[in-house]
Design a protein around this ligand. Structure first.
Ligand code: FES
Length: 234
């Protein structure tokens, strides 16, 4: 059966996609970049980071959880929305401990790449410098809560054969951390450990015995600005 196609506009640009597609991916298919962070293609969107906030028919909403319909009018690259997104990135940097120069995900990290995109030198907000644990008991992976941005990608994507998540939220409010189920993760395969590292947008989950294996200059964000693969950035 043929999918129903709908017309919509992003910043005045005529776009077309299948009815019901998520706006973030529909925009991408039409060569329009909407900044995002917690979203990951192929896993159910959560709308937790708010980086993809757009105005849809005048109202603020997240593009990763909004489905397109005919006649949708979207504001994306406005000063208001870009300012809001920059603020989110600044808050993430000040809320955790992000040691970019010594992080194995440097050059691959989406938060770092967004920091460059928004030209963040010194954040406007004070650093909280929290005391957070690094867990390294698992034979294959290391979890560093200092860098975690609570995007839930690992919770949504890293599951065992029975569909149980290896990761979960623990605690409440500002004390929330990602915890790794020691029993479920005890027999984690190399492939799954690699997937966990790859799906993490920052350096909070790292595969052991593998580090800095892409030289500086050849890492993805050494070569391109985040989002430039999708289309015009501003
Ligand atoms: Fe949409 Fe995080 S990417 S809320």
């Amino acid at each position: 059966m043929m999918a129903n196609l709908v017309d919509f506009k992003i910043d005045g640009k005529e776009c077309m996609s299948e009815e019901g597609q998520y706006l973030l991916s529909a925009a991408k298919d039409n060569g329009v970049y909407i900044p995002s962070l917690c979203n990951y293609e192929g896993i159910k969107p959560k709308g937790s980071c708010r980086m993809c906030t757009v105005r849809v028919n005048g109202n603020l909403t997240t593009a990763c959880t909004t489905r397109v319909f005919d006649g949708l009018e979207v504001d994306n690259m406005t000063d208001e929305l870009e300012g809001l997104r920059k603020g989110i990135v600044e808050l993430m940097f000040t809320e955790g401990n992000h040691f970019c120069p010594s992080c194995e995900k440097s050059g691959f990290c989406e938060l770092q790449a967004l920091g460059y995109r928004y030209r963040i030198g010194a954040p406007r907000f004070p650093y909280l410098s929290p005391n957070r644990p690094v867990e390294s008991q698992n034979p294959k992976i290391m979890k560093d809560q200092n860098r975690c941005i609570l995007c839930k990608r690992c919770i949504r994507a890293i599951k065992n054969d029975e569909g149980k998540s290896l990761f979960a939220f623990k605690n409440r409010g500002y004390k929330v951390v990602i915890s790794c189920d020691t029993d479920l993760a005890a027999g984690i395969s190399d492939e799954m450990a690699q997937k966990a590292m790859d799906i993490c947008p920052v350096g909070a989950i790292l595969k052991k015995r593998k580090g800095f294996n892409v030289p500086i200059g050849n890492r993805p964000f050494d070569k391109r600005e985040i989002g430039s693969e999708v289309g015009a950035l501003r």
